[in-house]
Write a protein that binds this ligand. Structure first.
Ligand code: 5GP
Length: 209
């Protein structure tokens, strides 16, 4: 019997308004082997956002205390607010064999890749820049100043896309969820994510030399 498959970290980034949140919720809803990490942030909740569901909304002091206690896998500053990934939940879910999804921006994504080389990095893109602006405006949750800041940030983030393993174009939701799931499943079967299994096989095969 093959040993139990270990969970991997799936890092999902993408421009603000690319639809990552909806995509991730759908992925976790359709398949049961994913766990969605909930970040801590100092930004204020948007209408409809719930404490502990979208984020843990905390003060700057609490955030800085958590950094000092080494309680975060990574953190970054994005458009004047702190965002970070609480460590405990991620470690517990990985130990249980779940694939843990981190929906984080690019600086955090690169830090995760350094710490966890087997992490899979996905970048969600809208079909076009025009569509991105349309979605941000249509969401109606941000002022025009904030939208402009986020579009400027998108243009900066676009510089780093080649550092990701795959891009995922978010055109049609269900198709996109299927494609993401397929990419994650294929990633599990790469040799460098199965070193222990391969090493054991080699050892067992030595007996036949
Ligand atoms: P929003 O304010 O739109 O919810 O998120 C702004 C950006 O912060 C998004 O790109 C989102 O992916 C990113 N983000 C959310 N949580 C985290 C986190 O824990 N760490 C990092 N580095 N980025 C995060």
């Amino acid at each position: 019997m093959r040993m139990k498959r270990k969970g991997i970290l799936i890092v999902v980034s993408g421009f603000s308004g690319a639809g990552k949140g909806t995509l991730m919720k759908q992925l976790v809803h359709v398949y049961d082997n994913y766990a969605l990490s909930i970040s801590m942030t100092t930004r204020s909740p948007r209408p409809g956002e719930v404490e502990g569901r979208e984020y843990f909304f905390v003060s700057r002091e609490t955030f800085e205390e958590t950094i000092a206690k080494d309680g975060l896998v990574e953190y970054a500053c994005y458009c004047d607010n702190y965002y970070g990934t609480p460590k405990e939940y991620v470690e517990r879910q990985l130990d249980q064999g779940k694939d843990v999804i981190l929906e984080i921006e690019i600086q955090g994504a690169l830090k995760v890749k350094e710490k966890f080389p087997t992490a899979l990095l996905l970048f969600v893109m809208p079909p076009s820049a025009g569509e991105l602006k349309k979605r941000l405006v249509g969401r109606g949750t941000e002022s025009i100043e904030v939208i402009e800041k986020r579009l400027k940030r998108a243009s900066e983030e676009a510089e780093g896309i080649e550092k990701y393993d795959y891009i995922v174009i978010n055109d049609q939701l269900n198709e996109c969820v299927l494609r993401m799931h397929a990419l994650i499943q294929s990633a599990h079967d790469t040799p460098f994510r199965n070193e222990e299994f391969i090493e054991n096989m080699r050892k067992e095969l030595e007996a036949y030399r």
